[in-house]
Design a protein around this ligand. Structure first.
Ligand code: PLP
Length: 450
């Protein structure tokens, strides 16, 4: 079944309570309180009850599973346990010095005031130059939106355009935040399952089946978090050909991991592949991953002027501008030396090869080789139904992740959090020594299952 109705997964408490099925018809909170999903008939609270503090929109979503697992790993570490967290999605190296220096210079020069809400002209100019230089895309400054991170860029686009009943097609596995941001915006996420055989990439026929007259957006993410899959020019063209037949559908392409591609893979983005989609594409990117700037909070996008104006209106009444100092740092990131980008990608490629090889030596695990990002998305199908030495039966990928964390101290994220089971995600943005240790523990864990 490829066209699924999204039901937000319950929050993860990592206790011994058996997990509810991911696609339970009414998403019942573990505490027994019904969470509101669109049209959820099981809602138990009434206006005026303590539960009514939370808005209907908020009760449609679940907290981020990746953040929950990282928090659990930190708590175990604080108890003195030897825990390796492979759950966080950020580069393990520091922001390059030229970028830090630009920020310090901005502070000293007093560039510490408000800027235009959706970004200052100097950064918009640097972004236009980047799109031209690296993607062959011609955007004017009036076509650029800047926000405090890539996440708010996506959120601003959805809130500015999605009406109740609008559908947003999201290939699964997906980055955890897409469906919940759609729900917050009042829309309906429509996950479309991909397969490991297709490299976790959306195929044209499945996209065609998922589109209805209510489809407003397709969200693409290449290279992908969580699978590392990246689309070739031909694969994007096949998707573009479907979209050309459905003029009501806009495309949001999340190119956050553009610079992390391996084995001479050529990164391309959909507006570049099919210029006829330029007028309905939002090309989103950011400095977080490529320049190790996750904490600086700068994301950006290029798109058609009416969409960018709508997003500017939205940001003018909410966050206003991202930190002026971070914007000056991002100017240097985009305009300054790019020398470290290729060596970094090489480093990540080496880590990918290590992890893929070691995981494929773990009994019951199959790990495909992804084209980019810093994640692998192995299958645990071969382990389902097996029993751990503790007596626990591994029924789901969440059982696998919980038991692995509790017995071997390795934190990974279960595939259900990304909408496709039975898999798990490893972030290999850490040193080879740590990765070897972690993969050795996973091998031992799998070997001990009966
Ligand atoms: C696919 C993808 N898009 C967007 C983001 C958000 O990036 P930022 O930290 O700039 O908000 C992330 C972060 O993990 C991501 O993995």
């Amino acid at each position: 079944m490829y066209r699924l109705r999204y039901v937000s997964p319950p929050p993860h408490n990592f206790s011994d309570t058996p997990p509810e099925p991911f696609d339970a018809p009414a998403s019942l909170h573990r505490s027994g309180v019904a969470r509101k999903t669109p049209g959820n008939p099981n809602r138990t609270d009434s206006p005026g009850s303590p539960m009514s503090l939370e808005s209907d929109a908020l009760r449609r979503i679940a907290p981020s599973a990746t953040i929950a697992i990282s928090a659990k790993a930190r708590a175990l570490k604080a108890e003195g346990k030897n825990v390796i967290a492979l759950s966080a999605g950020e580069p393990d190296f520091d922001t390059p010095d030229n970028i830090k220096d630009a920020a310090i210079a901005a502070i000293r020069a007093g560039k510490t005031k408000y800027t235009d809400p959706d970004g200052m002209p100097e950064l918009k100019a640097a972004i236009c130059a980047k799109f031209e230089r690296e993607n062959g895309l011609d955007y004017k400054p009036s076509q650029v939106h800047i926000a405090p991170g890539g996440k708010p860029v996506i959120y601003n686009a959805l809130v500015a355009t999605v009406n109740p009943g609008d559908e947003v097609v999201i290939p699964a596995p997906y980055w955890v935040s897409y469906p919940d941001m759609v729900l917050l915006a009042g829309g309906t996420p429509v996950p479309v399952a991909t397969t490991a055989e297709n490299g976790f990439k959306l195929v044209a026929a499945d996209l065609e089946k998922a589109i209805t007259p209510k489809t407003k957006w397709l969200i693409l993410n290449s290279p992908s978090n969580p699978s590392g899959a990246a689309y070739t020019r031909e694969e994007l063209q096949a998707i573009a050909d479907v979209l050309l037949r459905h003029p009501q559908v806009w495309v949001l392409t999340d190119d956050m991991y553009e610079h992390l591609v391996f084995d001479d893979f050529e990164f391309v983005t959909i507006a570049q592949v099919e210029p006829k989609l330029y007028d309905r594409t939002l090309t989103m990117n950011g400095v977080s991953k490529a320049y190790a700037m996750t904490g600086w909070r700068i994301g950006y996008a290029g798109g058609p002027e009416p969409l960018i104006k709508a997003m500017a209106k939205m940001i003018s009444q909410t966050t206003s501008n991202p930190a002026s100092i971070s914007q000056w740092a991002a100017v240097e990131a985009l305009n300054g030396t790019q020398d470290f980008i290729k060596p970094n990608a090489k480093l990540f490629q080496k880590r990918r090869d290590l992890v893929v090889s070691m995981l494929n030596q773990a009994s019951g695990i199959h790990c495909p080789t992804p084209e980019g990002a810093f994640y692998v998305y192995p299958s645990v199908e071969g382990l389902i139904g097996k029993t751990a030495p503790s007596g626990k039966v591994i029924k789901t990928d969440e059982d696998f992740a919980v038991e692995l964390l509790e017995t071997e101290g390795v934190a990974v994220v279960h595939g259900a959090a990304f909408g496709l089971s039975p898999f798990f995600r490893i972030s290999y943005a850490t040193s080879e020594d740590v990765l070897e240790d972690a993969c050795g523990r996973i091998q031992r864990f799998c070997g001990n299952l009966k």
